[in-house]
Design a protein around this ligand. Sequence first.
Ligand SMILES: Cc1cc2nc3c(=O)[nH]c(=O)nc-3n(C[C@H](O)[C@H](O)[C@H](O)COP(=O)(O)O)c2cc1C
Ligand code: SF4
Length: 446
Amino acid sequence: MKILTEHIDVPNIDTIDVFMKHGGYSAVQKALKKMTPDEVTEEVKKSGLRGRGGAGFPVGMKWSFLAKPEGVPRYLVCNADESEPGTFKDHYLMWKSPHTLIEGMIVSSFALGANTSYIYVRGELMYVINILEKAIQEAYDKGLLGKNILGSGYDLDLFVQPGGGAYICGEETALLESLEGKRGNPRNKPPFPAVKGLWQCPTVVNNVESIAATSWIVNNGGDAYAAIGVGRSTGTKLISASGHIKKPGVYEIPLGITVEDFIYSDEWCGGIREGHKLKAVVAGGSSVPILPAELILTTAAGEKRLMTYESLSDGGFATGTMLGSGGFVVMDETACIVHNTLTFAKFYHHESCGQCSPCREGTGWMDKVLNRIEHGQGRKEDIDLLVDVAKKIEGNTICPLGDAASWPVAAAIRHFRDEFEWHIEHPELATKPGAVFMRKGASWTK
Ligand SMILES: Cc1cc2nc3c(=O)[nH]c(=O)nc-3n(C[C@H](O)[C@H](O)[C@H](O)COP(=O)(O)O)c2cc1C
Ligand code: SF4
């Protein structure tokens, strides 16, 4: 079942004529001519669509929180900053099929009563920005943007803004600061963007994939979307699959398939590369807890884990993880968990905006301590020190980057403590090029 990528391989689908030949912009026709903004919102609520940027907050509910004071403009801002390591699905969708996002922007802006909307795109992706700008011009030329769209009386201007070049600019309030031309520092909340967002006006910030899905929901109805998936994990999800698998790429899956099927079936990742075994997975982008092979395939209760928000988080952080942004990074037995954890820690240290001390100082400490373990200078007490620093960051910062930095470190130690100990106890072995710890009796070393 494909919703966002059904026509993605059609030649020239990035042009408006080909896109329209395949049913493109029918949701705009339907929403603007036959529905009220509240009716569109109602369908999105019924669909159960949850935010695809990472937190999984219900999109329709977020829209209904938008303040609507008389005479004050409202904005829709699309978060296309996509800088989370392991995540590259928004980039793929915008590059291959820009009109899928633009159609969703028009429908969603109409529902929210926004007359000016923005797509904030990761600044490094200049070619995607050019593709979007060309597609937006095509939409203006066809009367799908601008004044009195399709004679409906609804006006919308849509702008693309290149991002500021930092991961933190993907955090929604930092993004708004950056969009206003300032340094991308997260704001204290409340007030939330729904009340005071862009230029202190009510604003909704949604992920590319969340916004793109709304056209299909308008065309087919919220109930049809909710019929796909399992429980509160409705619809389809784009998964960025990378690492030691046979077929890396972006896959649109119906939520609810098993993790095992996703990794091993030829329809998706095609299994672990030849001659190797699954060791661990980071299932939802670098911020979510890593899980070892046995816990990613089945829950602690022995049930097959599903690609859903609920199943992936089953067991809490003790034995579970998160679907997050769908950045699915697979590691075989050649991957060193200490090295991987250090790579993530360096990233978060580098990307901390420095506003709050637990994040600014703590990410630096974790980077430093992991660095010495990795390079054969670890101390016995370092593992507990890392756990302690991670705990002190978590929940004590202005924005969730602090949590995102602490979870990968805490989870790596929770599930691979013996690997950290081996690095500290056998520095001469651990620092040999290519040397990796092999746990006796583990499924990946048997
Ligand atoms: C450090 C950090 C980076 C983030 N980066 C992104 C991003 O690149 N894209 C995104 O959609 N959400 C990102 N988010 C989440 C946004 O703050 C926000 O929750 C999201 O854009 C809301 O959209 P959704 O409800 O459709 O998921 C990030 C959050 C944090 C804390
Ligand atoms: S948690 Fe980190 S990134 Fe977020 S505001 Fe504080 S210092 Fe900045």
